[in-house]
Design a protein around this ligand. Structure first.
Ligand SMILES: Cc1ncc(COP(=O)(O)O)c(C=O)c1O
Length: 392
């Protein structure tokens, strides 16, 4: 016979087990959610936490405009007040700069939030959404999160391909997500190709042009999406303050879209989804045109210089229109991408591994300051010199 204390313990354990099982049953996320591979951001620190050259997240090396910082700090006086619920001052500042209708702009906590809101508005179980093979990984996550089916279109030369996308359209297709230029490849489609894509897609398919890096593009045949959004009823363009404006931590993005789509997104977004300091800093950042021009010029010079210098070392560099380069390493034993990453980290340089994008042998390097770029070059020069892999 068991003692009374042991009996009580056993009963308590039973009750605990039972309540755990009930909790598990009751709290299971929707089907498919736990099958989603989480987005893993670029590494941003080394184990010792010391200073690093961080070129892993496509951030600007210049930091935010001092005007944006001043506006942010000033807004600290108003932290007890809710912000303008539609981010009106920011929408109006964007509209003024690009000569757009502010009613067709919705702001969000980064373009990530707007991409998610678009997915919520247009995708559900049974729907299909297309993105390209090496496209921005967030698309896959947000499609799966709505119970919809991701459809992957092959690329040519690491560039999205209009014919391959069109070939994958079915009656279930609701959305096409296209980063232009794309992350992590840096490749882009010309405006003619984008127009060909739009006219080949059924009217019922939403085309999402993700132009996170638009400000950096210098190619004459590029158009960020503004013109197509203005002239069609089924195209939207997302933009961000995280890249050239140096406000990644504040989380500010915007979407330019037909009024009907703005209406849909406004119905489902959080009522105060952009904070007061973010609105103020965003408005001030837009006013600093000289700062933007300086960043564009620096990028244009160093993108070309780095591509040329890395190619001269024997590395293959995908031509990029953005503020980063995809650098492919040889598979040679001892001189692989893993070895390169190790050597770079030993010099306190962090680039971005991109296996999950389908590039197990590449690193993505954000264009940094002159000193940072030269430090990468110097490290890779000794790496390639030591590897004897110049002819790979
Ligand atoms: C192609 C692309 N779209 C969207 C984003 C998200 O930017 P945000 O910081 O505005 O959410 C990124 C960020 O890396 C990106 O590379």
């Amino acid at each position: 016979m068991r003692g009374a204390a042991a009996d009580t313990d056993a009963k308590a354990a039973d009750r605990h087990r039972e309540s755990e099982m009930t909790a598990k049953r009751a709290l299971r996320p929707r089907q498919g959610i736990l099958d989603i591979a989480p987005y893993v951001p670029g590494k941003s620190a080394l184990a010792d936490g010391g200073p690093v050259i961080k070129l892993s997240s496509n951030e600007t090396p210049f930091g935010p405009s001092p005007r944006a910082v001043a506006a942010y700090l000033k807004e600290a006086q108003n932290l007890s007040r809710y912000p303008d619920g539609s981010a009106r001052p920011l929408r109006e500042a964007i509209a003024k700069l690009y000569r757009l209708d502010p009613a067709r702009i919705v702001c969000g906590a980064g373009s990530d939030e707007l991409l998610n809101l678009l997915a919520s508005a247009f995708l559900g179980p049974g729907d299909e959404a297309i993105y390209s093979r090496h496209g921005f990984l967030v698309y896959r996550i947000l499609i799966l999160a709505r119970g919809a089916t991701p459809v992957v279109a092959p690329e040519k030369h690491y560039t999205a391909n209009v014919d391959e996308i069109l070939a994958r359209v079915t009656p279930a297709t609701r959305v096409v997500f296209l980063a232009n230029p794309n992350n992590p490849t840096g490749t882009y489609l010309s405006f003619d190709e984008i127009k060909r894509l739009r006219s080949g897609l059924p009217d019922t398919v939403l085309l999402v042009l993700d132009a996170a890096y638009a400000e950096y593009v210098r190619a004459n045949d590029y158009e960020s999406g503004i013109e197509l959004v203005a002239t069609t009823h089924n195209t939207v363009m997302t933009r961000t303050f995280s890249k050239i404006y140096g406000l990644a931590a504040l989380r500010i993005g915007w979407v330019y879209c037909p009024e009907t789509i703005a209406d849909a997104v406004n119905r489902i977004r959080g009522p105060f989804n952009v904070s007061g300091p973010a609105i103020a800093a965003g408005v001030a950042a837009l006013e600093d045109r000289a700062g933007v021009a300086r960043a564009v010029e620096h990028n244009e010079i160093w993108l070309a210089r780095m591509a040329e210098a890395l190619s001269a070392l024997g590395l293959t560099v995908t031509p990029s229109a953005a503020n980063f380069l995809l650098v492919h390493f040889p598979r040679a034993n001892g001189h692989s991408v893993v070895d390169a990453d190790k050597l770079l980290q030993s010099r306190r340089i962090i680039l971005r591994r991109v296996e999950e994008y389908g590039f197990p042998d590449a690193l993505r390097m954000t264009i940094g300051t002159e000193e940072e770029n030269l430090a990468v070059l110097d490290a890779l020069k000794s790496f390639m010199g030591a590897s004897g892999a110049r002819r790979q």
